[in-house]
Design a protein around this ligand. Structure first.
Ligand SMILES: [Zn+2]
Length: 558
């Protein structure tokens, strides 16, 4: 690579500076109106555009034909600065020893007139690094600046610059560049370099760079050099070996941002790279806890690097205490002791953490029985279970009867379900005594009751794809034509909340409790009736969320 990205794509005019619109607007006006100050102080974290802006200012101030406060980048002054051979632009890096000598030198030489430009521009980078004698020399110069000199001081640590210096400067605070602006800039670079990078890859690069464009550009270049001109998120992760803690921090970003699909992708990527998911969970919990502590003001020293600490502070500022508290509880409830390779517990937690608060509370509190809600309750919000109002003559929820016990005869007639407004007409009237016939009669009542229930899928909608139903003793078998539908139903029923809503709906419609099984229409019932332990990752995840295993007993008994 002939030229590194951040130099090559450095902004050449004020309007090209990314993310600092307020500052560049003011500077343009100053140039246009001929009101250039003798000393500027540019503060801000690394890579936010301080020195780039300083160089553009050097051009704008001296340009032979500026336009709207911008340099033309064509005259010999501008070209000289762009090619780093301008005599009247003196750049000093205060972080090096030579910088300090330069300052001593400076107070002598600043009196001489510029060589070819109107102004001599001194850019002093990392000015906070100057020694006390050097600061004193600088201060003397700033107190009586020659008319032909402009000083632009840049620092990442403004609090280390003496107030006597600061008070003589016009100060600008450069903000961290917002992610989307950084992504857009990186996108431009990619387009011009012929790089195809996914949006996710650019977002990840930007997030890691934490508001510093130069870091982001360097990182993009590294990925490009290592992986070629097609770049996706995994390339970035692999390059940075984003395992363990970095991955956890990324995941926490998705959790706070409620970005479910990105979160799930991050979990899977961790797993695919062979990283320990328990480590990911530990790291995630630790970061979430730190966020909570920052939020409560108890933020002691966590021993994080400056970069991580800054990132956590930003995340804490972006989130509400209630949300943090909730997601921390969700992730603290993840149990990975038995099946450490399954991504599902973490994925479920990711989904749950992004849910509406009222729903997550319902999920967290495993109430065995619901209180009756007033009949005039407002319609349930989307994704929330409908208000449970058991029919007056219904029984309380019971565990399904055991096989060894005599099966109570199904309650015969007159189990009139209450029809919510807009419910199907078939809900009322006399019910057939035969369970199978009754199930068909009540089927729409059941699907209607479950129309808003579901964690990932709406149970009501899924049940509409049920082709055939069988009732045998105390078991209802739901048969599906497509395996995917069957598996979705099974996944939903593995969720205790959905399972409870399903059981409630069946009790209500059938007048008694039934086991629910799923299977395929054409004999392929093995997948539907396999034991709970065969679905281990689902079951473990469900158990982690408070589920009870019913079907395993049942299989043992048969
Ligand atoms: Zn020019």
């Amino acid at each position: 690579m002939a030229e590194v990205f951040y130099r090559k794509w450095r902004p050449k005019s004020l309007s090209e500076v990314v993310g600092q619109e307020a500052i560049t607007k003011t500077l343009k006006q100053a140039v246009t109106q001929g009101r250039v100050a003798h000393a500027y102080l540019f503060c801000g974290t690394r890579g936010t555009g301080k020195t780039s802006t300083a160089r553009i200012m050097a051009k704008a101030i001296n340009c032979m034909s500026p336009r709207d406060g911008e340099p033309d980048n064509e005259c010999h002054i501008c070209v000289g600065i762009n090619e780093s051979r301008a005599l009247d632009l003196i750049e000093i890096d205060a972080a090096s020893n030579r910088g300090i000598d330069d300052i001593r030198d400076l107070s002598d030489k600043v009196r001489f007139s510029p060589n070819e430009a109107r102004f001599k521009i001194y850019i002093i980078d990392e000015v906070h690094m100057l020694t006390e004698p050097a600061f004193n020399a600088l201060l003397k110069t700033l107190e009586e600046p020659p008319a032909h000199a402009v000083f632009i001081l840049a620092t990442t640590e403004a609090h280390k610059v003496p107030l006597t210096i600061i008070s003589r400067c016009q100060r600008f605070d450069f903000r961290r560049i917002p992610i989307e602006q950084m992504v857009a800039k990186l996108g431009d670079i990619c387009a011009q370099e012929g790089i195809e990078a996914s949006h996710g890859a650019l977002q990840l690069v930007s997030r890691i760079a934490n508001g510093g464009l130069r870091d982001a550009e360097n990182l993009l270049e590294q990925v490009f050099v290592s992986y070629g001109s097609t770049i996706d998120e995994d390339d970035v992760r692999q390059l940075l070996k984003l395992g363990g803690d970095e991955m956890a921090l990324e995941l926490v970003g998705h959790i706070v941002g409620k970005s479910v699909s990105e979160g799930i992708a991050a979990i899977n990527s961790t797993s695919e790279q062979g990283n320990d998911l328990r480590q990911l969970l530990r790291g995630t919990l630790e970061y979430l806890r730190s966020l909570l502590l920052i939020k409560t003001g108890a933020g002691a020293q966590f021993g994080y690097s400056d970069e991580v600490a800054e990132r956590l502070n930003t995340l804490a500022a972006d989130t509400q205490m209630e949300h943090l508290y909730r997601v921390l509880k969700v992730f603290a409830g993840v149990n990975m002791r038995r099946d450490t390779a399954s991504t599902l517990p973490l994925e479920l937690a990711m989904v749950e953490s992004a849910m509406q608060p009222e729903r997550a509370v319902v999920a967290a509190v495993a109430a065995p029985r619901r209180e009756a809600a007033p009949q005039a309750a407002p319609p349930p919000p989307r994704y929330a279970p409908p208000p449970a109002s058991p029919p007056p003559n219904s029984q309380p929820y019971r565990q399904p009867p055991r096989q060894s016990q005599p099966q109570p005869p199904p309650r015969p007639t007159r189990v009139a379900a209450e029809a919510p407004a807009g419910a199907p007409a078939s809900m009322n009237g006399e019910l057939p005594a035969q369970p199978a016939a009754r199930l068909e009669h009540q089927w729409r009542t059941i699907t209607w009751a479950l129309r808003h229930v579901g964690t990932r899928f709406m149970l009501g909608a899924l049940l509409n794809s049920c082709k055939e139903r069988e009732v045998a003793d105390d078991t209802i078998v739901l048969k599906f034509a497509h395996r995917s539908n069957m598996e979705r139903i099974q996944e939903e029923l593995d969720n205790p909340e959905s399972r409870r809503a399903m059981d409630d709906a069946v009790v209500k419609a059938m007048g008694g409790s039934f086991r629910i099984k799923v299977s395929l229409v054409n004999g392929g019932n093995s997948a539907g009736t396999q034991s709970a332990s065969q679905r281990s990752h689902l079951v473990l995840a469900a158990q982690a969320m408070g589920a009870r295993i019913v079907s395993e007993k049942e299989d043992e008994q048969r």
